[in-house]
Design a protein around this ligand. Structure first.
Ligand code: GLP
Length: 251
């Protein structure tokens, strides 16, 4: 089942998403959260930090598994996803960092790292709640449009559109790594519940294709139509194409 929350703007989207994550932690204080990077979840994380600081939410027993990491970036590189998670969330909450996992972008044997990451996520019983952003081309994690869905955690070649989209975080596009390690669809679909967040007009097309289009690896997020518990939280701009469709149907 897919439930869609329409929120007015980015702030309301972030607040709604943070409430859903907090509810999961209240349900089970030792839950496993699958976490995401990118610009979309930053304000969601800010809400969680605020509630943690206020003493209303504790991450002391929470375990986290992140979706992906750039290949070749050290954990302390300021564009690595480990660094992102530390600075945007982990450094500001009461989580035990030993219980936070991000694929190692510097692993000598990246394929082995991927296999071990799958084993880790499986040993944790998969995520109770997997947070996802959405790429403009419909990618989730770094699962890029392809001819097939890949189940395992794997090394991917990033598409030019993803490199361009992420270039603003780097000094220039040439600095963006060309490869990444990403969870495959096995870990994502293994999560008990998936929470996908999207904001801004730039995501409207990808949201529409993911949830109204055919299930195809050309739009990786479309696989979520096969998951039995998906919550989409989007602002009005991101959901605009979905809304336009619904309004047309009503007429
Ligand atoms: C990157 C990440 C994804 C993220 C996507 C969208 O490619 N690997 O996990 O969802 O960017 O990012 P943004 O939220 O900045 O639009």
């Amino acid at each position: 089942m897919i439930r869609i929350y329409l929120e007015e703007d980015h702030a309301a989207m972030s607040r709604r998403a943070a409430h859903i994550i907090a509810a999961e932690i209240h349900r089970d204080p030792s839950c496993v959260l699958g976490l995401a990077t990118g610009s979309t979840p930053i304000e969601t994380y800010k809400n969680l930090i605020e509630w943690n600081k206020a003493g209303d939410l504790s991450f002391a027993d929470v375990t986290t598994v992140n979706l992906d990491e750039y290949k070749g970036l050290a954990p302390d590189h300021d564009q690595s996803y480990r660094y992102f998670m530390n600075t945007n969330l982990f450094d500001h909450i009461d989580i035990d960092k030993d219980n936070t996992f991000v694929p190692n972008g510097l692993a000598e044997d990246a394929d082995m790292e991927c296999a071990e990451y799958d084993e880790l996520v499986e040993s944790l019983g998969f995520a109770d709640l997997q947070l996802l952003g959405l790429g403009h081309n419909g990618h989730i994690g770094f699962n890029e449009p392809d001819t097939c869905f890949t189940k395992e955690t794997h090394v991917v070649d990033l598409t030019q559109s993803t490199i361009d989209a992420n270039a603003s975080f780097f000094e220039s596009a040439v600095d963006v790594p060309r490869q990444a390690l990403t969870m495959g669809m096995g870990c994502i679909m293994g999560a008990r519940r998936v929470l996908l967040i999207a904001s801004g007009e730039g995501k409207a097309d990808a949201i529409y294709k993911a949830f109204c289009g055919p299930i195809t690896p050309e739009c990786p997020a479309s696989i979520l139509q096969l998951h039995n518990d998906v919550v989409v939280v989007g602002d009005r701009a991101a959901l605009s194409k979905l809304l336009a469709e619904e309004l047309t149907e009503e007429v």
